[in-house]
Write a protein that binds this ligand. Structure first.
Ligand SMILES: Nc1ncnc2c1ncn2[C@@H]1O[C@H](COP(=O)(O)OP(=O)(O)O)[C@@H](O)[C@H]1O
Ligand SMILES: [Mg+2]
Length: 258
C-alpha cells in the first residue's frame, strides 16, 4: 500500500551570507520500508529523530531530495503523482490549532464531506452522516453545534479522528496524535482506533515517542534513530530486537518499570 525507497531529506542551514555555498543538514538517511494494506505500522523514535519530517514526506507535504515514495501505486512527487484528495488523512498532536476555532463541530466535519464530494461525487446528508461519525467516535449528537473551546482535549481529538474518517481515506497517519492526552483518555482513544480500523480496514501509520502505545496498537514497529531506520519488527517479536538502539530503548523502559 505504501512504499518508501531510500528516502533522504535535508534542509538548508541558515548560514548567513554564504549564498553560493549553501550547506545542508541531513534529517533522513536512506529511509526504506513498506506498509501493507490494513496494517498498523508504528514509527517510534525520540524527539528530533525525524518522525514528523518523515510524516510530511508521506503526506505529500515535503519532497525528499533523493528516493521515492508511492501510495496505493501512485508515485508521489512526480508529474503524474498527485494522490487523489482524501486518499490519506492525517491526525496531528496539536488538535487545538488543527481546527478552525470559529467552526462548529458540524462545520469541521463538513469540510471533509466537501473533499469526499470532489473525489467521488457522493452527496450525503451532512447532518445524518456527521451524527453517525460522532457516535462512531463515542460522542452524541449534542456535540454537533459546539465550538472547539467547548470541548475537552480528548473530545476535540475524537472530532479530529471523525474528520479524518469522514473523507473515507485508505490510510490514516497519526503524528503524536494521542501524546498530549492523559493516560486514561489515551487508552480510550487507542481502543477507539482499534475498533474503527477493524470496521473499515484502514491502513494506519502511528508516529510516536511512546513505546507502550506502539505495543498496544501496532502490528509492526519501525525504530527511527537520528534519521535512520534501525530496525523494523513485528510487535510480538519485540523481545528479539537486534539493533543496539532498539535494545537500549527496551532496556531503559524495563528498568523504569522494575
Ligand atoms: N523545515 C525545517 N527546516 C529546518 N530544519 C527542520 C525543519 N523541520 C524539521 N527540522 C529539523 O529536523 C529534525 C527532526 O525534526 P522532526 O522531524 O520534527 O523530529 P521529531 O518529529 O522526531 O521530533 C530537527 O532537528 C528539526 O530541527
Ligand atoms: Mg514530531
Amino acid at each position: 500500500m505504501i512504499k518508501l525507497d531510500h528516502v533522504c531529506v535535508h534542509f538548508p542551514k541558515s548560514s548567513g551570507h554564504f549564498i553560493f555555498k549553501k550547506t545542508y543538514q541531513q534529517i533522513l538517511y536512506d529511509v526504506s520500508f513498506d506498509v501493507k494494506e490494513g496494517e498498523c505500522l508504528g514509527i517510534l523514535g525520540e524527539s528530533g529523530s525525524g518522525k514528523s519530517t518523515l510524516g510530511r514526506v508521506i503526506c505529500s507535504l515535503l519532497q525528499p531530495f533523493k528516493g521515492s515514495i508511492s501510495i496505493d501505486s501512485v508515485e508521489l512527487y512526480t508529474k503524474r503523482g498527485a494522490l487523489e484528495p482524501g486518499t490519506l488523512a492525517v491526525v496531528f498532536q496539536d488538535y487545538t490549532t488543527s481546527v478552525n476555532p470559529r467552526f462548529t463541530v458540524r462545520d469541521i466535519i463538513n469540510e471533509s464531506f466537501i473533499v469526499l464530494f470532489r473525489r467521488t461525487g457522493k452527496c450525503i446528508d451532512v447532518e445524518q452522516e456527521a451524527v453517525r461519525l460522532l457516535k462512531l467516535v463515542g460522542l452524541d449528537e449534542e456535540f454537533l453545534y459546539r465550538y472547539p473551546h467547548q470541548l475537552s482535549g480528548g473530545q476535540l481529538q475524537r472530532i479530529c479522528i471523525a474528520r479524518a474518517i469522514a473523507v473515507q481515506p485508505k490510510v490514516i497517519l497519526f503524528d503524536e496524535a494521542i501524546s498530549s492526552l492523559d493516560a486514561h483518555t489515551q487508552v480510550q482513544v487507542m481502543d477507539l482506533l482499534k475498533d474503527i480500523k477493524k470496521q473499515y480496514n484502514f491502513t494506519y501509520i502511528f508516529i510516536t515517542h511512546d513505546l507502550p502505545s506502539v505495543t498496544y496498537l501496532c502490528d509492526r514497529v519501525l525504530f527511527l534513530y537520528k534519521g535512520r531506520v534501525e530496525e523494523v519488527i513485528p510487535v510480538e517479536d519485540m523481545s528479539h530486537v537486534t539493533s543496539d538502539y532498539a535494545k537500549s530503548l527496551l532496556h531503559s523502559i524495563l528498568d523504569i518499570n522494575m
